[in-house]
Design a protein around this ligand. Sequence first.
Ligand SMILES: C[S@@+](CC[C@H](N)C(=O)[O-])C[C@H]1O[C@@H](n2cnc3c(N)ncnc32)[C@H](O)[C@@H]1O
Length: 501
Amino acid sequence: MLEYTEKKTLEYLNGMPKSMRKNKGQFFTSVKTAKFMVEMFNISHCNNKISVLDPGAGTGILSVAFIEYVSQNFLNVTISLTCYETDLTVLPVLKDNLLYVKHILGDRFEYNILECDYILSQRFEPEVGELRFESEKKYDFIISNPPYLKIMRNDPAAKAMDKVVHGAPNLYFLFTSMSLFNLKQHGEMVYIIPRSWTSGAYFKSFRQYLLSEGKIKHIHLFTSRNKVFDAEQVLQEIIIIKIEKTQTKPEFVKISSTDGSNDFDNVRSLNAPYDVVVSGGDSYVYLPIDEKDIKTIQKINIYHSTLTDSGLKMKTGIVVDFRQEKELRKSPGEHILPLFYSQHIRNGRVNHYPSGKEYDWIADSKSGLIQKNKNYVFIKRFTAKEEPRRLQCGVFSPGDFLEYEYIGTQNKINFIDKTDGSEMDSMTTYGVYALLNSTLFDSYYRILNGSTQVNSTEVNNMPFPPASIIKIIGEKVLVSDDLSTDNCDRIIAEVAYGTCD
Ligand SMILES: C[S@@+](CC[C@H](N)C(=O)[O-])C[C@H]1O[C@@H](n2cnc3c(N)ncnc32)[C@H](O)[C@@H]1O
């Protein structure tokens, strides 16, 4: 059955330009990935008749993988399948594939293809009390590779599900939320989705819904990017999650990983404590791949304060250089200030050697473009995937630029400043630098965020030692006059964790 579906899918793919499918968020799952997803379900405890939902079914590859697995391994089980699909060009292929399955399985299989919008054809009202609100059909199992499509805040789908929308909406997490809503209590869903929702403010409402109504049982990671939808060139980092609809928190989450989607023979896996995977005030979802990662999360999570609690804040550099060409200058002069780029952050310090950019200077004519020359920690906002560190920072010392009352920062730098705009003392500056420059915080940030961008909201919400400890760390770094990561690691281990390892 799966072979037939795969053949029909390939025929469809050959006749349909990628650009057209991209506009519909249409990327198909490979047979290997589909089989792996199906085997993540716990089917053995089920009744003899099970209901299955595949929203955004495409050619039906996930449905057919599920049916093939269940029909071969659970001989007494009959399956009732519902598919949602809106695309008129793929619908004939889906119909043909399911008809083929019906011919083979006969009475053991019934199906229903709903040719309507999965989001707009239902009422998402979880707060009414899902047990009481029974007008929507509920399912035992839901499997999906939902459309990945950014939509506007005023799109009818975003409006219909505003309870899970906090920032920019994307169809993938609206589908995920709707499916949790569509599950029976203790039902299971397996979704293949981007990783982006696991942290960050945009996905806060979605995470809150997902993690309160359901619990994560298993996460599968692909450790090398781009290999999941090889032929499709999907650039987002993709993960597979299994959620059970339950209020009961499991002790562990299974975390498995493979290099890509073609090699499910070599799956690594570990059990991570649920409270390590789901933690922090905003319920971030951490993705540790080994015991070392678990220890890193546990070590940092002993702190319950944040930079913001210490009156500090990561902000983004002010100057968007290509928009401010009128103010930019190639050389210094009267009323001209140094403009800092990420290239100026080197070996733990901030210098102002020629950056290689056209303009290293900025006129002081617009007060909104400049900032006080005072203590800061500068952090690069973007690093390349192959670079060994995500957090790359340097101490900005105002004494190095004594002739200037103000300076400029390009917006590819983040900087740490006092929330109220006053000046950080030197010990705090060096303490914050040491923590951000340490192996521990860099590893933590990587586990939290898969992207190469350093996000201010995430750093501001990261657990951080309290102000008094930051200062002690800073004082020791200052006295040692050694900004290396090794020295920062040693001082942090001693001051913040009372160990010398
Ligand atoms: C990423 S593709 C996945 C297809 C298939 N499930 C697979 O794994 O190969 C998502 C599918 O959802 C469909 N789709 C997009 N928006 C939809 C909506 N609002 N309701 C139902 N289906 C939708 C697209 O046409 C597309 O076929």
